[in-house]
Design a protein around this ligand. Structure first.
Ligand code: ZN
Length: 302
């Protein structure tokens, strides 16, 4: 049975990338990966729990550079525990404990970068964690990471402005408190030494991934924090599976195929924040499948 991934860390030169758990979700796979995966789970049953449900890890990646910078990529669920009967369950609330275990307080975080603004990536933005049943009557009083600059793609910020989509951020918990603080980043921008933004749209209009390299150039490897370009290890092979929350499913597939082709390299470590058991791994080369070949004339005789 797949478990939510625990803390794990990879070093790229003098930079460390650490997965900090916040919580997890459990989802009905048929609802989450609709018709793109008809009966498609059969070879992948080991990725489902005994109830036939699909688990996702939910957390944040802490990037600490050799010059003392501390960045968080995504902010988990926040302090929530709720279910959408028959569809999904979400539980979060561990992120600050996970951060403290690394010896850091919220005020030590100098940058927050959002891969996108779905509710499971923005939960710790303020002291008001978004839930689907609403947060009526309450208001956020403070940002959780008060000294951090908060970064997102402009297309992502504008896409969710003025919407009330339950998959997106609660405006009172995210957009309103960040309105004066949010700053925009674009494809190729370097936001800390060796940390570069990659535009990976499709799951959402302004979706970003992050690439981490050694700014000193001594470590030739690179690490890519996917965001939700892939939701599970199964999509490495089943890259055509689209998720019910993909804004533009065709674009999401194109982005996934492009990135998977780029990442199929011994020198690349991939970080999938929703992957179970272990968020870090590598994409192996495509292996040959059985194929048909018409006979050479000599084979058939006369
Ligand atoms: Zn997500």
């Amino acid at each position: 049975m797949p478990h939510p991934a625990p803390r794990a860390q990879v070093s790229i030169g003098g930079t460390t990338v650490t997965y900090l758990p916040d919580g997890h979700g459990r989802l009905d796979p048929a609802a989450f990966f609709p018709p793109s995966a008809p009966g498609g789970w059969a070879p992948h049953r080991s990725h489902l729990d005994p109830d036939g449900w699909f688990t996702v890890s939910i957390g944040s990646f802490l990037v600490r550079t050799a010059d003392g910078r501390a960045l968080l990529v995504d902010l988990g669920l926040g302090v929530v525990d709720f279910s959408i009967p028959g569809l999904a369950e979400f539980r979060g609330g561990e992120l600050l404990d996970s951060l403290a275990a690394e010896g850091l307080a919220p005020t030590d975080v100098d940058t927050v970068v959002f891969t996108h603004l779905h509710h499971d990536h923005v939960g710790w933005t303020t002291d008001l964690a978004p839930t689907p049943d609403g947060t009526a009557g309450r208001a956020a009083t403070a940002l959780t990471f008060p000294r951090a600059r908060h970064l997102v793609a402009a297309a992502e910020w504008h896409h969710w402005s003025g919407t009330a989509d339950p998959a997106g951020p609660d405006p009172r918990a995210v957009q309103q408190p960040l309105a004066e603080r949010i700053a925009f980043v674009a494809d190729g921008e370097v936001i800390a030494p060796g940390v570069r933004v990659l535009a990976t749209p499709g799951h959402t209009p302004g979706h970003l991934s992050l690439e981490v390299t050694d700014p000193a150039g001594r470590d030739g490897r690179r690490l890519v924090v996917l965001g939700d370009v892939l939701h599970c290890q199964v999509q490495v092979a089943e890259s055509h599976w689209t998720c019910a929350f993909d804004h533009d499913p065709a674009q999401a597939v194109r982005t996934r195929e492009r990135l998977l082709a780029e990442l199929r390299d011994d020198a690349v470590i991939v970080a999938g924040g929703h992957f179970t058991e272990q968020v870090f791994g590598q994409v192996l080369p495509v292996t040959a499948r059985r194929a048909w070949s018409s006979p050479e004339p000599a084979l058939l005789g006369r």
